[in-house]
Design a protein around this ligand. Structure first.
Ligand code: SR1
Ligand code: MG
Length: 399
């Protein structure tokens, strides 16, 4: 029989005392539920001095932001903990540390990152972290290379594809990224003024074909163990530090999905900046986001190529030149998935603070319009953008 019960604040404290790895567990005395994501309960656990010491996160048997009408597997807690543990083996400096997890209770205990801030909130407020993009590229290179066929033994890789099969969470992504924004759907949430633009997405055959291809590759290209939801709200930053959290959408999929999701959120920030910041700050923030896009890809690709040269275990994949050729396909996928992230965050249900915080309605509509048009053009041009400089030129052209 399942031991699952939804934690109260007191349960979370008790659990943290047992499994939080704190030297004097009795000093943990209080907790606060701070979850503001779409799915889970998140408790900060405080000591007698009021300092937050560890985090207890528990999956609910449904989608939190919708309610019990949308049931969702509790196995996502196991998947999240195991993805983060796996990624932490290869990139501990940029992966949140999981101290303990229990698949029956769908709960995990993890390091407290209260001295960090969520990157999305900082971007909304115009706060810059110049090293973050390079660090994110490094996280992507380490996690994607080491979980791929370049590095994993073929038996281990195949076993891990099974261990990380994540049908229910993938189904959410498959619907939200690749179906709903291109249909009339009750979950879509774009401004009414953009109905003609939304309709043009539904009617664009070339776009629908390209999105079909991206969805197909999402289904069947088991290239590496993805995080599955690398957006700026899943990333904590501090001066010189970056830590990725929230990997419940993890599964074996195409590398370009993780990289494209990350770039898509940087470009949402780019599109939203004029609605959030004063003109001079917005212009600077936009330049910074373009630099971030370049830096994420350069840092990822340089590290990936170096890892492939040094550590590829598969003899055929280790042939000189193969990894570079492979990255050309990853780059095209990256641009395509980046485009789908821009569109699903603006047309579809998963709206983000970058857009929601724009107070002026006309400005908000213009920022959303720009994000949708940019998303469409990236999906359509994904195979024809040579490198980050060409991508940046495209983005400027779109602005
Ligand atoms: C119903 S879940 C909607 C979105 O929230 C998560 O953070 C993922 O991005 C998902 O697509
Ligand atoms: Mg999340």
């Amino acid at each position: 029989m399942s031991q699952y019960r939804t934690f109260t604040a007191a349960d979370a404290v008790e659990y943290a005392r047992q499994f939080g790895g704190v030297a004097n567990p009795h000093t943990l005395v209080d907790s606060q539920e701070v979850g503001d994501g779409n799915l889970n309960l998140v408790f900060k656990i405080f000591d007698t001095a009021g300092v937050s010491r560890v985090i207890v996160k528990q999956a609910l048997p449904y989608v939190r932001c919708v309610g019990e009408s949308w049931p969702l597997t509790l196995d996502r807690a196991r998947l999240e903990a195991e993805v983060l543990i796996e990624h932490g083996k290869f990139c501990p400096q940029h992966t949140v540390n999981i101290l303990h997890y229990d698949p029956d209770l769908a709960v995990m205990v993890m390091e407290d990152l209260s001295d960090h801030a969520i990157w999305r909130s900082e971007l909304v407020n115009g706060v810059e972290y110049p090293q973050a993009a390079g660090q994110l590229g490094e996280y992507l290179a380490q996690t994607l290379f080491h979980t791929s066929d370049f590095f994993q033994h073929p038996y281990q890789k195949k076993a891990d594809v099974i261990r990380f099969t994540n049908p229910e969470l993938c189904d959410i992504t498959e619907e939200l990224f690749f179906n709903e924004p291109y249909e009339i759907h009750e979950r879509n949430a774009y401004p009414r003024a953009l109905e003609p633009l939304a309709e043009s997405l539904r009617d664009d055959e070339a776009l629908r074909l390209a999105v079909g291809g991206l969805k197909h590759r999402f289904y069947c290209h088991a290239e590496a163990l993805l995080h599955g939801d690398v957006h700026s709200g899943s990333i904590f930053v501090a001066e010189g530090c970056l830590k990725v959290i929230d990997a419940e959408f993890g599964f074996y999929g195409p590398m370009g999905f993780d990289i494209g999701s990350a770039l898509g959120n940087l470009l949402i920030s780019y599109c939203a900046a004029p609605g959030l910041l004063a003109p001079r700050e917005a212009a600077a923030a936009r330049e910074n986001r373009l630099n971030d896009v370049r830096e994420v890809w350069l840092s990822f690709s340089e590290s990936f190529l170096a890892l492939a040269a040094e550590k590829s275990r598969d003899r055929a994949l280790a042939v000189p030149g193969y990894s570079r050729e492979f990255l050309r396909k990853v780059w095209s996928d990256t641009i395509g998935y980046c485009g789908t992230e821009l569109i699903r965050r603006t047309v579809g249900m998963s709206q983000v603070a970058d857009i929601k915080n724009i107070k002026d309605e006309a400005m908000r509509v213009e920022c959303v319009r720009q994000a949708i048009i940019l998303g469409r053009s990236l999906i359509l041009l994904a195979d024809h953008v040579a490198d980050p400089e060409a991508l940046i030129a495209r983005i400027r052209q779109n602005s």
